[in-house]
Design a protein around this ligand. Structure first.
Ligand code: BGC
Length: 764
């Protein structure tokens, strides 16, 4: 609820609860209406300069406080600082803000804590492969504790941009292509960072980013234009943000991109209509780095003044890094183009979050109050996340797991076998590579002295183009029983700005695999990468392929456990792996088109008759060279067990609109080992007032089954689960037929059918 400032101040005074907000230590003053009253009382006392100060975030000098920054904070000209993680400097900055500034408003101390702080968990795309929200929550909680121990009270995560194009480097930071999975995991991460009551020690404010549509950057080139029709925006790109808001996320960050010609940082439709009017968000929004200023480079505004005007008019609360607000809002206020009420509301949003965070009561950080960095629990969480993120893509002839007792010697090859830094992935400002346990270390430790392990790096980096190291690698392969090749992309090849147009294995790695194949020994490939890769060209040269993303600090032990069968792999793909890069953007929840392809329609161009008559072939939606299927579909991942699904049932098979339908199936571990499986539910709404995807993920559950064990897995679908944004851009659940599949990937074939019927009087 937003109470007008004067009314709220009156309420507070009337209630006899007045005290200077900045000195209150009563945490009940963080509840509901009281917060509004505190906010209003503060805003009323603020000068224009102090208000604009709250709306300004500045870059830290890192490790020290220059006089200029000291003076700005003391004058109330700074609301937030980013990138300072020296706790003494942070405490001194807070002291200046609290003791030396007129109103004593503490600072938001922001930092990109994206997947861990010092202890690094898998990249978010890898975390998404766990399909395990509780584990993702624990990872964020651990990161929050480590970050908060240095005074950071705000992270710029989770990144919940739907990413349907593996060329985009920032897919690594995302939870992949699916709106439901992204929403569930984004909400889990928010809960992990913020806790139940985010004023408690160790809980930090989260920031859902980038609002909105950034993942649709054309051709996967970073910062590029996006073209997203409103219906698609509402059905695909916005739901994760709504889920984060429902989970209580304190802040949002705008996107660098423009949306339908209007850059996100000045986009009134996004920031006002959707965020405030429809969703009633009462936290605050920060720009991305210089994204207000960049609206002029987009060609949307003529200069900084107009950029500040557009951003402020859209309600963007805080400017990151640049100073268009500081320099232009006073003039815009004076000229009457922006009014004070507007500014007050934006400042109130920021103060509300600061109060909720408990910053006024306790702005300082005592590292002694926190558990040790990288303690056993943290490492265990990082290891579990890494373990459950591993996706087994190929396993011919049961090449994995390796039987420890039968192996006398092992060749461990490749640039990513023993590189403590590269396994951490992108966005690890504070990650500590000295904590990393590499695959080579873990394999050696697991096998002990009895097994000869020969390590040959073979290539300087994943991009190397020489073959200098190949001979030594092949020699080691020939002299060993099994080859394990650690290849992929090093961390610099994904993340911000680092998009690729060719997403195959970089450098000479495919050639290295071919050379290793020539040694005649089983070849197990373990790939680390920040994105799905095109892998069709190397599959003949591997017996098994384990995809490890960038697994983080504890990647080594997690990988070793899976290689040697201590645990069965259980990760599932959160993003489609294309057969060829030209299929991008590619995603499972596509529309059907009027001419969907079937295997019968498709003839590869190499098999077309030599002299084709002037006519088309197949009349269906495919590529003549790539066909119409990916290499590995969303949700795919093998196990050392095998799972059989049966007895699917939707009940009731006919339900009235508004009623709940339960879909259940039996899952049976028909393999020889205990293992976990991610059971997935997909639904198709056959007819809609706008066309519906061929399948949509609507639920998932991780189950652990012993050999021979059977379990019934049930999902309930309420009206909201079956709703979508229709032609009028409003949510609707429509009567009609639905198909539901339960299985181990988005290609699941076990299907049930149910129907929703309109109420007898025809009303919906
Ligand atoms: C990125 C954001 C990040 C910010 C602060 C920007 O370049 O797009 O995701 O939070 O920098 O580091």
């Amino acid at each position: 609820m937003r109470i007008p400032t004067a009314a709220a101040a009156f309420l507070l005074i009337f209630a006899g609860a007045w005290q200077f907000p900045e000195v209150s230590a009563d945490s009940s003053l963080r509840d509901g209406d009281r917060i509004e009253a505190r906010v209003a009382a503060l805003v009323e006392r603020m000068t224009v300069e102090e208000k604009i100060g709250q709306m300004s975030q500045v870059q830290a000098a890192v490790g020290h406080i220059p006089d200029e920054l000291r003076a700005a904070v003391a004058a109330g000209r700074v609301g937030s600082i980013l990138n300072e993680v020296d706790v003494e400097v942070v405490n001194e900055l807070q002291r200046i803000a609290v003791e030396d500034s007129r109103l004593g408003i503490p600072l938001m101390m922001g930092r990109d804590v994206i997947h861990g702080f010092r202890t690094i968990t898998p990249i978010p795309l890898g975390q998404a492969a766990t399909f395990n929200p509780d584990l993702v929550r624990q990872g964020a909680r651990m990161a929050a504790l480590e970050a908060a121990s240095t005074g950071v009270n705000w992270t710029f995560a989770p990144m919940i941009d739907i990413s349907r194009d593996a060329r985009w480097g920032r897919i690594a930071e995302s939870f992949g292509e699916d709106p439901y999975l992204t929403g569930v995991l984004g909400a889990a991460m928010v809960r992990g960072f913020q806790g139940d009551d985010f004023s408690q020690t160790g809980n930090i404010a989260a920031c859902a980013k980038h609002f909105a549509g950034y993942g649709a950057s054309e051709s996967g080139r970073d910062y590029n234009t996006t073209n997203i029709p409103e219906n698609e925006l509402r059905n695909v790109y916005l739901p994760p943000f709504k889920a984060a808001i429902d989970a209580g996320v304190a802040t949002l960050m705008t996107s660098f991109s423009d949306l339908d010609g209007v850059p996100a940082s000045g986009n009134r439709f996004l920031l006002k209509q959707v965020l405030r009017d429809e969703w009633q968000f009462d936290g605050f929004v920060v720009s991305d780095w210089a994204s207000i200023e960049q609206m002029s480079i987009h060609g949307f505004t003529a200069n900084d003044r107009e950029a500040a005007f557009e951003a402020a008019s859209a309600g963007l609360n805080m400017e990151m890094a640049t100073s268009t607000y500081r320099e232009n809002l006073p003039g815009l206020l004076e000229s009457g183009r922006i009014d004070m009420e507007q500014i007050d509301a934006m400042v109130a949003d920021i103060l509300r979050v600061k109060i909720r965070l408990g910053l006024f009561e306790d702005p300082y950080t005592d590292p002694a109050e926190f558990p040790a960095i990288a303690n056993e629990d943290h490492l265990a969480t990082a290891e579990q996340l890494a373990l459950q993120s591993l996706v087994l893509l190929e396993n011919r002839g049961g090449a994995l797991p390796l039987a420890r007792d039968e192996i006398g010697s092992l060749a461990v090859i490749g640039p990513l076998a023993d590189d403590p830094y590269e396994q951490l992935g992108t966005w690890i400002f504070d990650g500590d590579p000295s904590l990393s346990q590499t695959p080579l270390q873990a394999i050696r430790e697991f096998l002990g002295d009895g097994v000869k392990v020969t390590h040959v790096r073979a290539m300087e980096t994943s991009r190397s183009r020489t073959t200098d190291g190949f001979e030594e690698a092949v020699k080691a392969a020939k002299e060993s029983d099994v080859v394990v090749a650690f290849l992929g992309e090093e961390s610099i090849l994904s993340g911000e700005t680092h998009s690729r147009a060719d997403i195959g294995l970089p450098g000479n790695q495919a050639e290295l695999l071919a050379a290793l194949r020539g040694a005649g020994k089983p070849v197990i490939a373990v790939f680390q990468a920040g994105r799905p890769l095109t892998l069709a060209n190397i599959l003949d040269n591997v017996d098994a392929l384990l995809f490890a993303w960038h697994p983080g600090t504890m990647g080594g032990p997690a990988i070793a456990d899976v290689l040697f069968g201590v645990e069965s792999p259980s990760g599932k793909l959160p993003a489609t792996f294309p057969l060829m890069v030209g299929q991008e953007p590619i995603y499972y929840n596509q529309k059907n088109t009027g001419r969907p392809a079937t295997p019968e329609d498709f003839t590869h161009m190499d098999d077309l008759p030599a002299r084709m008559p002037q006519s088309s072939w197949g009349f269906a939606s495919f590529h003549l060279d790539a066909g119409f299927k990916p290499l590995y579909e969303f949700g795919y991942g093998l196990s050392y067990a095998s799972f059989a699904y049966s007895d699917i049932e939707a009940s009731p098979s006919e339900a009235a609109l508004g009623e709940t339908v339960t879909v259940k199936a039996l899952i049976h571990n028909t393999g020889a080992v205990e293992a976990e499986e991610v059971v997935q539910l997909y639904v198709r709404d056959l007819v809609g007032n706008v066309t519906r995807p061929v399948r949509e993920l609507k639920g998932f559950q991780r189950v652990r089954l012993k050999p021979g064990e059977r379990r019934e897995v049930a999902f309930t679908l309420g009206p909201d689960d079956l709703s979508f944004y229709g032609r009028d851009m409003k949510p609707v659940t429509e009567a009609g037929e639905f198909h539901a599949w339960i299985g181990g990937s988005s290609a699941a074939e076990l299907r049930a059918v149910f129907t929703l019927t309109a109420a007898p009087d025809g009303s919906e």
